[in-house]
Write a protein that binds this ligand. Structure first.
Ligand SMILES: Nc1ncnc2c1ncn2[C@@H]1O[C@H](COP(=O)(O)OP(=O)(O)OP(=O)(O)O)[C@@H](O)[C@H]1O
Length: 343
């Protein structure tokens, strides 16, 4: 049974002014999230991402459609029953939303107090959580004394306090610098791996999706326009909006201006090689070129890791006898997707 199952969900906000237009924030979304997954939801501002998560934890009511959490339809529940459902869902925010008047300990204690957890049990739980997020030495610090990354770790500990099975992260790293972002993402990976918690991460940063999610859902104007395993969507994005997101993290090929500049510095044929996964080793590809007496320079692109697999595009300037280059390119084409870049 999926942990989250949304079927033809719509959410319309009434117009702010009389005679104004209603806002169709969500226009018929079907989304299934299996237990244990990390799903990234990307989209530009206004795509409906925040509304989507607020429908999952019932902070907003649906206009129509079905939302099931752990098999339970939540759109028809009473407020008291909804509180129960929400206990199973943790949430973290871009601006952390911590209580400034409380210490780190006090912030994590809050949801446990609300849930009526007895003091001994509460103290044990807080202490475990502080160790898990690496803030045991900050228990009695005030929130203002913490760095952004530390604040988000408190946010994560607080979200985990009631042992949720689902964590919703809404732009949880957007206020952090790149290094701190990586720390928080590493912690979220541990939350998923070690605690088995399902994570839905809302973001406008494709890089967050690349390094955290297994599956990505792309939203535009209130709809899901594309979804699939991260490696697949990065390799072969179908929609223009997805291509724009992918282009922010994957160097595809030099744009015409850069290509012209490169051609003025390098003679010979330019080819773009697409490395996808670990089936083909770069060294085998390069060996093939050398075997034909073709030398090369790497002029553009890069390789990174997605889901533990090699991923990236490399543009090479090939140099050698034209016949040899032609044969070598044909041989390389058998190993990896290869595109010749015209002058
Ligand atoms: N409470 C509300 N009342 C009226 N309109 C709303 C409300 N909440 C969201 N909207 C509108 O719904 C649309 C989707 O907003 P939403 O915040 O879900 O998008 P988003 O993708 O999360 O964007 P952002 O990253 O900017 O938050 C927008 O047009 C927004 O103005």
């Amino acid at each position: 049974m999926p942990l989250v199952e949304m079927t033809d969900v719509r959410k319309t906000f009434p117009a702010a002014t009389r005679g104004g237009q209603d806002v169709e924030a969500i226009r018929g979304v079907d989304l299934t999230v299996e237990a244990g997954e990390i799903v990234g939801v990307v989209g530009y501002s206004g795509a409906g991402k925040s509304t989507l998560v607020r429908l999952i934890n019932a902070l907003e009511t649906t206009t129509s459609g079905s939302v099931r959490i752990g098999g339970r339809e939540i759109t028809t529940l009473k407020e008291r029953e909804l509180r129960e459902v929400r206990l199973g869902i943790g949430m973290i925010f871009q601006q952390f939303n911590l209580f400034r008047s409380r210490t780190v300990w006090g912030n994590i204690a809050y949801p446990l107090e609300v849930a009526g957890v007895a003091k001994d049990e509460r103290n044990r739980r807080i202490s475990d959580l502080l160790h898990f997020v690496g803030l045991a030495d900050k228990a009695h610090s005030h929130v203002e004394q913490l760095s952004g990354g530390q604040k988000q770790r408190v946010g994560i500990a607080r979200a985990l306090a009631t042992n949720p099975s689902l964590l919703l992260a809404d732009e949880s790293t957007s206020a952090l610098d790149p290094e701190t972002t990586q720390e928080v993402l590493a912690l979220l990976r541990r939350v998923n791996r070690e605690l088995g918690i399902t994570i839905i991460v809302i973001t406008h940063e494709m890089d967050v999706v690349r390094s955290l999610a297994q599956r990505v859902v792309v939203m535009e104007a209130g709809r899901i326009v594309e979804e699939g395993p991260v490696l697949q969507v990065l390799s072969d994005p179908q929609q223009p909006v997805t291509r724009r997101f992918v282009a922010t993290i994957v160097d595809d090929e030099p744009d015409p201006e850069a290509l012209a500049a490169l051609h003025s510095r390098h003679a010979g044929t330019f080819v773009k090689l697409a490395f996808r996964g670990d089936d083909v080793r770069q060294s085998d590809v390069f060996a093939e070129l050398l075997r034909h007496g073709v030398t090369f320079e790497l002029v553009y692109g890069g390789i990174e890791e997605v889901q533990g697999e090699t991923f990236g595009n490399l543009t090479l300037a090939l140099d050698g006898d034209p016949d040899a280059v032609r044969t070598a390119v044909a041989a390389v084409r058998d190993l990896v997707p290869t595109t010749e870049l015209a002058r």
